[in-house]
Design a protein around this ligand. Structure first.
Ligand code: ADP
Ligand code: ZN
Length: 813
């Protein structure tokens, strides 16, 4: 086949490919990464299939393969195609997720003066003249740097000079990563080494004959580098051209990757009946083929033995010669889980981690592809690991929204992608959570997934004191902060929480205080005129951070001085309203002087502190009170933590997002789960101004089913997922009017489209300003589409530049 259909790295319609001619000097295969000319540029592309004829009459040649062999297998090509259609992104963007690290790249062009042509008539002392002179003196320059020397519009000047032959542009096609292949010369098509010997005296030029004989005598693939050195590059090329020799690529093995040991085998405890049932049911799933028989929702509170079920199920897959993907919401926040997987399969686990050096990532990718690992553990992107034979995909804490990528194309959900992938590979999927996503639970109740329950914490009732996880769930009480105010308590702590904190610390035990907001005060306001300090680039108020005495925008991280004077009325009475984690730390210090309080939130992480440090200090007992945001809600398993205080449950509860109740519930349950994991009973205090809120009520009782039932009724009434699909479309522009106009135009088009046959089930909501309306200087207006047949509705819609499309959005603000 002479032509290839290529997915090109360019902003083009979903699943769009372009036809290229394959030059005779190399072969390409589907899955191969290549350089292609695209418009005026050179871009990367991925060959998706070969064809005898192009889609168009005039085709260009593929310039060169990036790697001599395909990087993507059939699974990647199929899933990429599906992702492109489902998430409405370019095919290249979807496929690129499967590429090894560092492979996606752009070409670098250099410019060279053409000898004898240096004069363009431009005066030597003009900026253009000077730039040209400098180029001549230096002999060559990266195009980007040269353009910088030129006055505005330099790129056009470069084009002009190139056309006139004053300078030359050269494009270097980089080979990303490091050299991983070696090229060998072997007898050409159908020939043997013996046939080559017979070529002697057949009239070949002398050096070609010498090379042919050298290859023949070696009787094994002959390194091309050696041939080049001994006989010169062109000699080998000539023989390849004549078909006497062919090139063969062999990947150079990298032995820096450790090759593993024997699986450690399960610990010697006996599975509970519920665990045994789950393991047995999942094991059966490996042999089944019907819809809804290979995907499982494992529902159980923390400490109910879910991880043990995952590990045994993975062992089952490994026993069948298959591999496993184990997804966690965030590697650095789940070290205990990662450690358990590691110790169960010593040396057979690849942990994918964004903080790994590129070289390590790169080697790991190839080792995974070579089948050197049984298990890949990682965050959402680990779903694209090139395992040769996936048997099982485990998604722990499946309700976590970190599984959805929502800040870049493609806006994919690793869960949905995993289900699609598993369907293709006939693999098993286990979704696990203490508080499953309402949509997942609904699918399970409808038979799309097999629901497996682990109803109790391991050992609860059995009194396995001293073992972590051996305690019943901590009792939670709700503290009405309105009542505290009425009683004259203006502190951020209720009397109950203040008392419990003191007692916990006095007993030598530890406490965690949770508040889902960083900083000291989220609002800085003038008492006289009411002016609120806000970010100059975003329409959000600035948060006061006492640690450095500055104001910080939590959207764009812009910093500002704490004003001494009001900007509007020049008044000097500036007050701080609301609370954040830094304020909580201060208040604990005042309440319990001398106690070791530590703060752990994104500000701390950003300042370069590794998550291991606060965790280690808490585990060693050095930290008596840990104050933090979401991070303290996840993964921490410290038996001596007996008190968890939720400083204010209301943060985030009223976001205009239909999932805010569900999210509040999940978060509160998670935080509550940090208390009383050891021998001592735990206590949870939830402070709120809305004690009657259903999410708070359900969380205090750790009652998932009640939450689910209330939530699913509301979803049905409001026609929200899982009863419909959503697509969230956001347009960004620096000008508010232009932004609004564009959004209105598209909304109008959508409404007209709705009127057409068969598309009326889709509801067009908006346009409306986003919340916040402006971020980093860009206004945001959005449209929400809701309906069952969204893809049919959106088929063929061409979005103008500046729109982002999010199918199954995690957030609709
Ligand atoms: P989850 O993942 O639901 O939080 P784990 O699998 O981590 O639960 O189990 C909690 C604790 O109980 C762990 O320390 C684990 O080793 C232990 N464990 C799990 N299953 C059993 C069992 N059948 N018998 C005894 N201990 C168990
Ligand atoms: Zn900002």
């Amino acid at each position: 086949m002479e032509y290839a259909e290529v997915a090109v790295d360019a902003p083009v319609a979903p699943s769009r490919t372009f036809s290229y001619h394959i030059p005779a000097r190399f072969a390409v295969e589907p899955g191969q990464l290549v350089w292609v000319p695209f418009g005026r540029r050179v871009a990367q592309g991925i060959v998706v299939k070969l064809s005898p004829a192009p889609q168009v009459e005039v085709t260009k040649d593929i310039l060169q393969p990036v790697e001599p062999t395909p990087l993507l297998d059939w699974r990647a090509l199929r899933i990429g195609e599906w992702m492109s259609r489902y998430y409405l992104c370019s095919l290249f963007d979807a496929l690129a997720l499967f590429l090894p690290p560092e492979f996606k790249g752009h070409v670098r062009a250099t410019v060279h003066p053409v000898p004898g042509q240096q004069s363009d008539g431009a005066p030597q002392d003009s900026p253009t003249g000077k730039a040209l002179l400098e180029l001549v003196q230096r002999g060559q320059m990266p195009e980007a740097e040269f353009t910088q020397l030129l006055p505005r519009g330099g790129a056009r000047q470069v084009d002009r000079w190139t056309e006139k032959g004053v300078i030359q542009r050269q494009v270097a096609l980089p080979r990303p990563g490091r050299f991983r292949y070696e090229c060998f010369l072997v007898p050409g098509g159908g020939l043997t080494y013996t046939d080559l010997v017979r070529q002697k005296d057949s009239g070949l030029p002398r050096r070609q004959e010498s090379l042919a004989q050298a290859v023949a005598e070696s009787r094994q693939p002959y390194p091309r580098t050696l041939a080049n050195k001994e006989f010169g590059n062109s000699v080998a090329d000539a023989l390849v051209e004549k078909g006497l020799l062919a090139q063969d690529w062999a990947r150079v093995e990298n032995d820096s990757v450790p090759v593993g040991g024997e699986p450690a085998g399960p610990p010697d405890f006996v599975l509970t009946p519920a665990q045994a049932n789950a393991v047995e049911r999942i094991a059966r799933g490996f042999d089944e083929t019907g819809r809804g028989t290979k995907t499982f929702l494992l529902h159980g509170v923390t400490g109910s033995g879910k991880t043990e079920v995952y590990l045994r199920s993975i062992e089952e897959a490994v026993r069948r010669g298959k591999q496993a993907i184990f997804l966690v919401p965030e590697i650095s926040l789940t070290p205990q889980t990662v450690e358990r997987v590691n110790s169960r399969f010593p040396g057979r686990v690849a942990v994918l981690h964004s903080r790994q050096p590129p070289r390590k990532k790169f080697d790991q990718w190839w080792a995974i592809r070579d089948g050197k690992y049984d298990v890949v553990v990682g965050p959402r992107s680990a779903i694209f690991a090139p395992l040769p034979n996936i048997g099982i995909i485990v998604i722990d804490e499946e309700h976590e929204w970190t599984y959805k990528q929502d800040d870049a194309q493609p806006r994919y959900d690793a869960r949905t992608t995993a289900l699609e992938m598993a369907r293709l590979e006939q693999a098993v999927v286990v979704l696990g959570s203490a508080t499953p996503d309402v949509e997942t639970y609904y699918q399970a109740s409808r038979g799309r997934h097999v629901l497996l329950n682990l109803p109790q914490r391991i050992g609860s009732g059995g009194g396995r004191a001293g073992d972590s996880g051996g305690a019943p769930l901590a009792a939670a009480e709700i503290c009405d902060m309105r009542e505290e105010l009425r009683q004259g308590n203006r502190s951020i702590f209720s009397r109950r929480l203040a008392l419990e904190l003191a007692e916990t610390v006095n007993r030598g035990q530890q406490a965690i205080l949770f508040l889902n907001r960083r900083g000291s005060a989220p609002i800085v306001q003038c008492r006289d005129c009411g002016y609120v300090a806000s970010c100059s680039g975003c329409s959000v108020s600035l948060t006061y951070h006492a640690t450095d005495g500055r104001l910080l925008c939590h959207r764009c991280n812009r910093r500002a001085r704490m004003p001494r004077q009001c900007r509007e009325c020049q008044g000097t009475r500036i007050r701080q309203l609301g609370i954040g984690t830094q304020r909580v730390v201060e208040e604990v210090g005042q309440l319990l002087p001398g106690v070791n309080v530590e703060r752990w939130d994104a500000d701390v992480t950003r300042s370069g502190v590794s998550p291991d440090e606060p965790m280690a200090r808490l585990t060693r007992g050095e930290t008596q009170v840990l104050v933090g945001t979401q991070m303290v809600a996840k993964g921490l398993d410290v038996p001596n933590v007996t008190l968890v205080g939720v400083v204010l449950a209301d943060v985030g509860m009223h976001l205009p997002d239909f999932r805010s109740g569900e999210r509040t519930f999940g978060l509160l349950c998670q935080v509550a789960g940090r208390a009383g994991r050891g021998a001592q009973p735990g206590r949870v205090i939830i402070q709120t101004y809305q004690p009657e809120h259903y999410a708070v009520q359900a969380a205090a009782r750790q009652d998932y089913l009640t939450l689910y039932q209330q939530e699913i009724v509301a979803r049905r009434e409001q026609s929200n997922p899982p009863f419909n699909r959503l697509a969230h479309l956001v347009y960004q522009h620096t000008n508010r009017t232009a932004c609004q106009r564009q959004a209105s135009t598209l909304a109008r088009e959508f409404r007209e489209r709705r009127g057409r046959g068969g598309l009326s089930d889709v509801e067009v909501i908006g346009p409306a300003p986003g919340i916040p309306e402006r971020v980093r200087g860009q206004y945001r207006w959005h449209i929400l589409l809701r309906g069952r047949n969204l893809h049919r509705f959106l088929d063929g819609v061409a979005f103008a530049n500046g729109w982002s499309v999010d199918v199954d959005p995690a957030h609709v603000t």
